[in-house]
Structure formats: C-alpha cells, structure tokens
Design a protein around this ligand. Structure first.
Ligand SMILES: [Zn+2]
Length: 205
C-alpha cells in the first residue's frame, strides 16, 4: 500500500440510507472528504435515527483508482473503481467514478446484487440496446482516452496528426451516444403520437 494513514470517516447526519433502496457512493462526497488520493479509508453508512453503523466498506486509494472491499450476503468482494477527471471552468477538474460495468463517467455508484455500478447499469441489466451502445462506445472511448494525457491533453511525444485522429475518434464515440439518445427521443415521441391516436383523451398531453 502506498502512502497515507488509516482513518475512519463517520457518516454525516442527513445521510439517509433508509430513504434509498440501495446504498451508494458519491464521488463528490469523496472529493469533499479528500478521499480521492492515496490512503486507506472506511466508508460507513449510519442509521440516521440512531447514528449506529449499518454497513461499511474499506477503501484503498491509489492514484486514479479506489479498491473497494466489502462483504455482501456473506461473500467477501474486492473491486476496483477508476477515478477519472474532466476539465471544467478555468483550469479546474471534476472527478468522476468510472462505472466498473459500463465505463461511463458517473457521480454515484449504487450497490445492488452485491455489485457497485451506475444507476443506468443496474436499471438496464434486464433490458435493451442502450446499454450495449453506451457500453461499446464507452469501452472504445476509454481505450482512446488512455493514449492521451488527462483531460484529453496531447502527450509530448505524440504527433499532431495522431492526436487529431484520436480526438476525432473520441468525439465520434460521444456523438454516437448523443445520436442514440436523440433517436430514443424520436421513438418516444412517435410512441406518444400512437397513444394519442388510440386514446383521444391524451390529445392535449
Ligand atoms: Zn454503468
């Protein structure tokens, strides 16, 4: 393990595990607690009424990566979550979790069926093509991004031509997801039109 000491982090009042169906991790809270750096941490979920711990996980932080260790239904699980950053504003960087399942950048990961993954993955685990399209393009984009420095910056040794080609390929991945979403909206609106024809009461909706 790298540098950094052990520390316990107590959940805050207002954290309401009972209000949610699933326990979650929020990268913004981790950032606020300065946990996105090398070190060993414990994340605890508290019962808001009694402030008693209801669950906890151990976290080992290394550069750009967290290793989560926890027990779910008697099974000891260890899983890795990458931390990625995107540029924002004037030189700042916003951290994200990279969903271990689909590779999307997300602020929150949810624990369900023993695994942490994004809301989308957990919801769509029994459905449809959106997951495939998002997963495929994210997987491809991740590989492309791995060849660049943080925030899509050009590595010093990389030719401008190569850099331009990589950037274009990354943008194409983003575009593919945008297109899919736009298509989904069109399909949804088409579905609404059909419903209005079949149910005149919906005409004004
Ligand atoms: Zn996901």
């Amino acid at each position: 393990m790298g540098t950094g000491g052990a520390r316990n982090w107590a959940g805050r009042p207002g954290w309401r595990p009972k209000a949610e169906h699933h326990r979650s991790l929020d990268v913004r809270r981790f950032a606020a607690e300065n946990m996105l750096r090398p070190g060993a941490w414990t994340w605890r979920w508290l019962d808001p009424a009694t402030e008693q711990e209801v669950a906890s996980i151990s976290i080992i932080g290394t550069v750009g990566r967290l290793t989560l260790s926890y027990t779910a239904d008697g099974e000891a699980i260890r899983t890795e979550v990458a931390i990625v950053k995107t540029a924002c504003g004037f030189g700042g960087a916003r951290p994200w979790f990279q969903c271990p399942r689909c590779g999307s950048r997300v602020a929150k990961l949810y624990l369900r069926a023993k695994r942490f993954a994004c809301r989308h993955c957990h919801r769509m685990s029994y459905a449809s093509q959106s997951n495939d399209i998002c997963g495929r393009t994210w997987g491809k984009q991740r590989k492309l991004e791995a060849r660049l420095e943080a925030n899509w910056q050009r590595p010093k040794h990389m030719h401008l031509k190569t850099y331009a080609r990589l950037l274009a390929a990354i943008l194409a991945c983003e575009q593919a997801r945008d297109d899919w979403l736009a298509g989904a909206m069109v399909r949804l609106m088409g579905g609404l039109d059909d419903l209005r024809k079949r149910f005149p009461d919906l005409a004004g909706v």
